[in-house]
Design a protein around this ligand. Structure first.
Ligand code: ASP
Length: 329
């Protein structure tokens, strides 16, 4: 028999008041803390032999991915299954999108089949919010263009909090392709809301216009930017979003902006290293640092990804139609 999750008992509909999770923008520190705390319950549950609970029993979760994904799609699938939902995976390849169907028509078609949760990734910023207005189920943004990737920022926050014991007051450097990165945008917002200080480090071509209005310190020199940092978050060059050339060459980019032990020395001695994946070893990160578990939290980030997505689904389940509190739904 499937046991109800411990988190179900602690659920409080007031704490996450939204039907969807479209971005970090619009969330309060209290709501974020609620999701982070809930994630901890699922970290523990996921380390047990029996990882299942029944919060989403009878519910249908559709993963609708218009862009490729390894970690996010798999972890949403695992998260849904561990909570008892039926999970369907759809990608643009092999769907009617290839036959010219629009995003909205695809959404309306899926909506007619009564899914309870749609997890959507799309290459256009704003596409997921648009889609959410056309459907009656809960929608989770699994990454829209260079706009937001809220569950990535939440899983990064859980990882930081577990290693550092807090978020408030930490100095976090986000390094690399800030311009095209939805991970950077969601993280900058979350870290600011939760009281961390954020620096972005990149060549001028990879910093968005008006970056300093985003509540960050902008650096172009990696060593100066890393000085005194508690957390070093590396980002991939998002070549799929680049038209033209933004860096002279990969080897030159690594020389100036790739994280190696020499540059990491400028951060605090116990600074942790993060990367959302997929990594390009030897481009933005030295391969030895990536695998150095005394510094790198990359594998832990992946583990937290499943727990965070379970927590988000759990929080959203409280607003799904026909939810019966305390019924192990
Ligand atoms: N996986 C992350 C994303 O989907 C980061 C990346 O692709 O570089 O945005």
């Amino acid at each position: 028999m499937i046991a109800p999750a411990p988190a179900a008992k602690a659920a409080s509909p007031e704490r996450y008041p939204h039907r969807d999770l479209l971005g970090i923008e619009g969330l309060t520190a209290e709501q974020i803390a609620y999701l982070l705390d809930k994630s901890e319950t699922y970290v523990a549950q996921n380390r047990q032999v029996d990882k299942r609970s029944a919060i989403l029993r009878g519910r249908t979760l559709v993963n609708l991915f218009f862009e490729s994904s390894t970690r996010t799609r798999t972890s949403f699938e695992l998260a849904g299954k561990r909570l008892g939902a039926d999970v369907i995976n759809m990608s643009a390849e092999g769907s009617s999108i290839k036959k010219g169907e629009t995003l909205i028509d695809t959404a309306m078609t899926l909506n007619a089949m009564h899914p309870d949760v749609l997890v959507v990734r799309h290459q256009e910023s704003g596409a997921v919010a648009l889609l959410s207005k056309k459907v009656s189920c809960a929608v989770i943004n699994a990454g829209d263009g260079s706009h937001e990737h809220p569950t990535q920022a939440l899983l990064d926050a859980v990882t930081i909090r577990r290693r550092k014991g807090k978020i408030r007051g930490l100095l976090v450097a986000i390094c690399g392709d800030i311009l095209h990165s939805r991970v950077a945008r969601s993280n900058i917002q979350l870290l600011n809301i939760m009281g961390a200080r954020v620096r972005v480090i990149a060549p001028p071509t990879l910093i968005p216009a008006g970056a300093s209005q985003m509540g960050v310190e902008v650096h172009h020199d990696m060593r100066k930017g890393l000085a005194g940092c508690d957390v070093v978050m590396m980002l991939r060059l998002q070549s799929e979003r680049m038209q033209g050339s933004f860096v002279p060459s990969v080897s030159e980019y690594f020389h100036f902006y790739g994280l190696d032990y020499e540059k990491l020395e400028y951060a605090k001695p116990d600074a942790m290293v993060m990367h959302p994946g997929p990594m390009n070893r030897g481009v933005e990160i030295d391969t030895e640092i990536a695998d150095d578990i005394s510094r790198s939290a990359i594998a832990e980030q992946v583990e937290m990804g499943v727990a965070v997505r379970m927590a988000v689904l759990d929080a959203l389940s409280e607003r799904l139609p026909n939810f019966v509190p305390g019924n192990g739904n």
